[in-house]
Design a protein around this ligand. Structure first.
Ligand code: COA
Length: 382
């Protein structure tokens, strides 16, 4: 396998993008990434998107985006893995370059969720239809079950969940591409509208439009382009049970634990060596559980760590410096690509007010549903 680097990044603003189509926003992000990389062509492309057919009535996204990007006849493939679609798209790009099949590949993600009023139902198509959705539960409800189990098992408090949202809004306020750039207080979180007990509106990631893209290239190409050398040090993708009830525990995500083990082994690093990490905080409880499953905190200690501020930009374990899904926004197909853009900026020293000092090794963790799919990458500045 060859060494692989990320050499260009581009994303749209995340939020409610009225007046722009799915194609418009993907092309905007893809052109920004291509221009940023300096390459004059791409060999192939992958488009991560969860459900563009149901959100906006458009499928066949590989071909559609290649056409509007004016790069036909290159191979162009749509990848779907629910909220992990972008991560899975990037992994295919990484494998294609690592294998030597291509030198320069675009990995992008896109979703336009605000054009339909049925967002919750569309998102719920990623859960188990027969055993979960048929009985009326959707993602806020599923994560609420996880939150209740965690709070019961580890005596975690409402304040501790709120601390995640407060920190991520503080980081999002420093991110020009974030959907929500307003800081919030714990009291605002704990008095916001109840969505699925104990999760309130400000515990949830929002409904978002957005697109993001990166250019993935062989290290030889990266060196010729004289870019900051940001190497993909490890890549792993795992699956887990689709329904929560099939799991032994609601307070750990086996797909995340396994993917983390694989990436740590492949990269030859331990959790302590990761300087900055973007995780899938679709709900506040998700960030807490994932921060434990990635090995950053002991089981049951993630909530306390959030409350103590140990995951803030200034502390040893900065999590979601971009604002996370919570504040930056969660256009599902684009989410993971935006995570890698944050890590690329952190490792390149270009994250501005969000910069983590001396960040050299970064990680992204992205999952579909309640962890039925998970994609993790570790990147390194060399
Ligand atoms: N965070 C912060 N503010 C939010 C928000 C969020 N998640 N969701 C909505 N808002 C704000 C809106 O901007 C609006 O503010 P305004 O009154 O100043 O304009 C206000 O709250 C009400 O917005 P509205 O669109 O009416 O909210 P809603 O009740 O329709 O939706 C949620 C709120 C939480 C239900 C929705 O954001 C949601 O479903 N989130 C989860 C998405 C999800 O499940 N993703 C997949 C995860 S696996």
């Amino acid at each position: 396998m060859r060494d692989v680097a990320v050499i260009g990044i581009g994303m749209t603003q995340f939020g409610e993008l009225w007046g722009k189509s799915l194609k418009d926003i993907f092309v905007e992000a893809a052109l920004k990434a291509t221009e940023d990389s300096g390459v004059d062509h791409i060999d192939s492309m992958y488009v991560g998107a969860m459900s563009s057919g149901l959100f906006v009535g458009q499928e066949h996204l590989g071909a559609v985006m290649a056409d509007y990007l004016a790069v036909t006849p290159i191979p162009a493939t749509h990848i779907e893995s629910a909220c992990a679609s972008g991560g899975a798209a990037f992994r295919q790009a990484y494998l294609e370059v690592a294998s030597g099949a291509s030198d320069i590949v675009l990995a992008g993600g896109v979703e336009k969720m605000t054009d339909t009023s049925d967002v919750t139902e569309v998102l719920a198509t990623a859960a188990d239809q027969e055993y979960e959705v048929f009985h009326g539960v959707t993602f806020p409800g599923l994560y609420a079950l996880m939150a209740n189990a965690y709070m019961h098992q580890y005596k975690a408090t409402r304040e501790q969940l709120a601390a995640v949202a407060v920190k991520n809004h503080r980081n999002g306020a420093k991110n020009p591409n974030a959907q929500y750039r307003n800081e919030i207080t714990p009291e605002q979180v704990m008095t916001s509208t109840m969505v699925a007990d104990p999760l309130r509106l400000l515990d949830c990631s929002p409904v978002s439009d957005g697109a993001a893209a990166v250019i993935v290239a062989s290290m030889d190409v990266a060196k010729k382009m004289k870019k900051n050398l940001i190497r993909v040090k490890a890549s792993a993708q795992t699956s887990g049970t689709i329904a929560l009830h099939s799991r032994e525990s609601f307070t750990t995500l086996p797909s995340v634990v396994r993917a983390a083990e694989k990436t740590y082994t492949m990269a030859g690093v331990t959790p302590d060596q990761i300087n900055v990490v973007e995780v899938h905080d679709c709900f506040t409880i998700a960030e807490i559980i994932v921060s434990e499953d990635l090995g950053f905190f002991e089981k049951g200690k993630g909530a306390e760590a959030a409350e103590k501020g140990l995951t803030s930009i200034e502390c040893k374990r900065p999590i979601n410096t971009s604002g996370g899904l919570k504040a930056k926004g969660h256009p599902v197909g684009a989410t993971w690509i935006a995570q890698i853009i944050e890590i690329y900026e952190q490792l390149s020293g270009t994250a501005g007010e969000r910069q983590v000092k001396n960040a050299r090794i970064g990680m992204t963790q992205n999952m579909g549903g309640t962890g039925a799919s998970c994609v993790i990458h570790i990147l390194e500045a060399i």
